[in-house]
Design a protein. Structure first.
Length: 261
């Protein structure tokens, strides 16, 4: 962590974090913005009496925007679309393939497109999804954590503001079914559970030489970087942690998610 002056009388604590260039993780990150934070901030202006008590959606939206601004440009400008298995033309579908298998196949194809050209190669010759090192403000994470904590309590107790959250969720269905207010909050939880914990210092030291060149705006196509066995283990630990966050409580789904890396 480093300390830097922000405005008079305040100290902005800056944190280094690892962010995956993974379309599945980025989908949750951007969905937290468009499907929850933006509508809540709009409600603060248009329907303030319907907001849950004790929330500041305008501050939360500003915190998300500051986190997004810290990401490499490619992660900010390429907002992934959700995997919709029904959008694939019927003539391309195998009638023997289940919807779940189709979702997995389409997601894997997207993963392969993202990994191609990353220049980050495992010892086994597999090109990896890139992982970026970013510097963010701890207070932005704290702002989003405070919002999530309050929304969780509101939904658990069906307190004032629940009706607004339910309406927001109803406007933004998932490809495979309706959203709920809890599912939209889950996107914020994924963001926080990924970015709040400090990376293990040893893993950060192992990965730092591989990550920095790819994040320079003027670097162009990254030179091939082959991970050592120790670096590969650090990369796998990072991938497994993200998989456990995105797929909590389901070892099979978590293992499948981590395999994509």
């Amino acid at each position: 962590m480093t300390l830097g002056e922000d405005t008079p009388g305040t100290v902005d604590v800056r944190c280094e974090r690892l962010v995956p260039g993974d379309p599945a993780w980025l989908w949750h990150f951007h969905r937290a913005h468009s499907m929850l934070l933006v509508p809540l901030a709009a409600a603060a202006v248009e329907q303030p009496a319907q907001l849950p008590h004790g929330v500041d959606p305008v501050a939360a939206l500003a915190a998300w925007e500051a986190l997004c601004a810290a990401l490499p440009e490619a992660l900010r400008t390429h907002v992934p679309e959700p995997v919709d298995p029904f959008a694939e033309p019927a003539e391309h579908r195998d009638p023997r393939e289940s919807v779940v298998d189709r979702v997995c196949r389409l997601a894997t194809e997207e993963r392969d497109r993202v990994a191609r050209g990353s220049g980050l190669w495992g010892p086994d010759g597999r090109e990896h999804i890139p992982v970026h090192l970013v510097e963010i403000a701890a207070r932005d994470l704290d702002t989003l954590a405070a919002l999530l904590d309050r929304l969780t309590k509101v939904l658990a107790g069906r307190l004032h503001g629940t009706a607004l959250l339910d309406r927001i969720a109803g406007q933004h269905p998932y490809p495979l079914g309706p959203s709920t207010a809890s599912s939209l909050c889950f996107n914020v939880r994924i963001l926080l559970d990924t970015l709040r914990p400090e990376p293990a210092p040893r893993d950060l030291a192992l990965l730092r030489p591989l990550l920095a060149p790819a994040d320079r705006a003027d670097a162009g196509a990254p030179a091939p970087r082959v991970l050592t066995a120790e670096q590969e283990a650090a990369y796998r630990r990072s991938a497994n942690r993200i998989a456990d966050i995105v797929c909590p409580g389901d070892m099979r789904e978590s293992a499948s998610f981590a395999w994509r890396y």
